[in-house]
Design a protein around this ligand. Structure first.
Ligand code: 5GP
Length: 234
C-alpha cells in the first residue's frame, strides 16, 4: 500500500514509485464553515474528480500549466509533485458569500471587474483574508511568484467564465491553489469543482455548487450530477 502523505477534508495524497509524482484520492466528505459542518455523500469524490479533470484538461489546452498528469480511475489522479503555496486564491465576479457578510455589501451585484483576493490557508486562523505584503512577510510566496499567480488567476477566470457560460452557468466566484515543483515551476494544483466554485443558472440563478450543502437548500449529489451532465452534453 502506498504511503499516505497527507489527508485533507476531501482528499488523500499518496506517494508513488516516482518521487516527482503524487496520487490524489478524492473522498466522499463534504465540509463547510472550516469543518464545523461535516457529512458524507456517496459518489461525491467521483463527481468532483470527473468534473475537475475535465476543467483541468480544458485549461491545459488553453495554455495554463497544471499539476495534472492523468486521471487514473473514477476517484484517483496522478499529479506532478508540488509544494502548495499556503494561499487560497479567490476571484469574485458577482458579490455573495464572505464578501457580503464581511463588508455588508449587497448580494448578487455583477462586478465590472473581477475582485482578486488572497487568504492565508491556515485552519487555526480561519483562512484569513490577507494582502500581498502580508504574504511576503509571512514568507508564503515572494513578489515574483505572487505576480505570476495573479496573472494566471485572471486568465483562468476568463477561461472558466466562458467555459461555464457554454452550458448556462454563471461563474460567481471560485477558489484555486497553486504549487511549485522542485524545478521552481508554478502550477495550478488542487481541484476546480462545485466544491470550490459558485455556479448560478443563467436564467433562474439556481445554485449549482456547495452552497446547497452549506445552506441546506438542495441535494448535493443531484446538483453536482446536473453540473456534470451539462458539461457532458456540450
Ligand atoms: P467565500 O469567501 O465567499 O466563502 O468563498 C469564495 C469562493 O471561494 C467560493 O466559490 C467558495 O466555494 C470558495 N472557497 C472559499 N474557501 C474555500 C475552502 O476552504 N475550500 C473550498 N473548496 N472552496 C473555498
Amino acid at each position: 500500500m502506498a504511503e499516505l502523505l497527507y489527508e485533507g477534508k476531501a482528499k488523500q495524497v499518496y506517494a508513488t514509485e516516482n518521487p516527482d509524482q503524487y496520487l490524489i484520492h478524492n473522498k466522499d466528505d463534504a465540509t463547510a464553515g472550516n469543518g464545523v459542518k461535516h457529512d458524507q455523500f456517496a459518489g461525491k469524490g467521483v463527481l468532483n474528480n470527473t468534473i475537475s479533470c475535465i476543467i483541468f484538461n480544458m485549461l491545459e489546452e488553453a495554455g495554463i500549466k497544471t499539476h495534472l498528469i492523468e486521471k487514473l480511475n473514477e476517484r484517483d489522479v496522478l499529479v506532478k509533485k508540488v509544494d502548495i503555496f499556503p494561499l487560497e486564491v479567490i476571484i469574485r465576479n458577482i458579490t455573495t458569500g464572505s464578501f457580503c457578510k464581511r463588508l455588508g455589501a449587497p448580494e448578487g451585484k455583477v462586478l465590472a471587474e473581477p475582485i482578486y483576493e488572497l487568504c492565508y490557508k491556515n485552519d487555526d486562523f480561519g483562512d484569513p483574508l490577507i494582502n500581498e505584503d502580508h504574504a511576503v512577510v509571512l514568507e508564503l510566496a515572494n513578489r515574483e511568484e505572487l505576480a505570476f499567480i495573479k496573472e494566471a488567476t485572471l486568465k483562468i477566470n476568463e477561461l472558466l467564465k466562458a467555459f461555464f457560460l457554454e452550458f448556462n452557468l454563471k461563474l460567481v466566484d471560485f477558489k484555486i491553489e497553486f504549487g511549485k515543483t522542485a524545478d521552481g515551476e508554478i502550477l495550478l494544483a488542487d481541484e476546480i469543482s462545485p466544491d470550490s466554485c459558485r455556479l448560478w443558472d443563467v436564467e433562474t440563478n439556481q445554485k449549482y455548487d456547495k452552497d446547497v450543502f452549506r445552506q441546506d437548500i438542495g441535494d448535493l449529489i443531484e446538483t453536482y450530477k446536473e453540473v456534470l451532465a451539462r458539461m457532458e452534453k456540450k
